[in-house]
Ligand binder design. Sequence first.
Ligand code: ZN
Length: 200
Amino acid sequence: MLLKIVQTGEPVLRQQARELTPEEISSPEVRSLITLMRDTMRDAPGVGLAAPQVGVGLRLVVVEDRAEYQAALSAEELAARERKPVDFHVLINPRLVVEDPTPVEFHEGCLSVSGYMALVRRARGVRVEALNEHGAPVSLSARGWYARILQHELDHLDGTLYLDRMETRSFTSAENLRRHWAGKTVAQVREALGLPERRE
Ligand code: ZN
């Protein structure tokens, strides 16, 4: 069974999600929700899914970046994105601290803004403290693409979408991104769109 992924305009995507209690974390309902969110994320497919995206206003996200999702990217593209496989994991009541604020800009999409992408700047490195699906504390350090995924997913818990952070002129359908911008560097895309050069 899969859950319906709600699309932008659905009020839950703009609301502050609430924390789970220890009782909720160990409840059959939340255990079932986690399994369904995992299966829904894999079916989409996506590299992260936050509970508000399936219409549930709880501070819960699932993350997984499989090697097979990265097969379409060249070694250079993977290196530029600092993208490596990330095993499936669950983050409950997460808190995020930026460890490396160096801004990194790439195209990003969202399962709740289906079919579109845009350039979004994210911090290069973050630390996340959370609870796992067993209610045990976890602390993780992430950089590159994994740090981007975490920033994107945790934003969902505060009612924030990448649309709020994107370079608006770069907003494109995923099809047009493939058709017109594939293989171009972010600097080339920015120049073609008449965007100022980034000086970091
Ligand atoms: Zn999203």
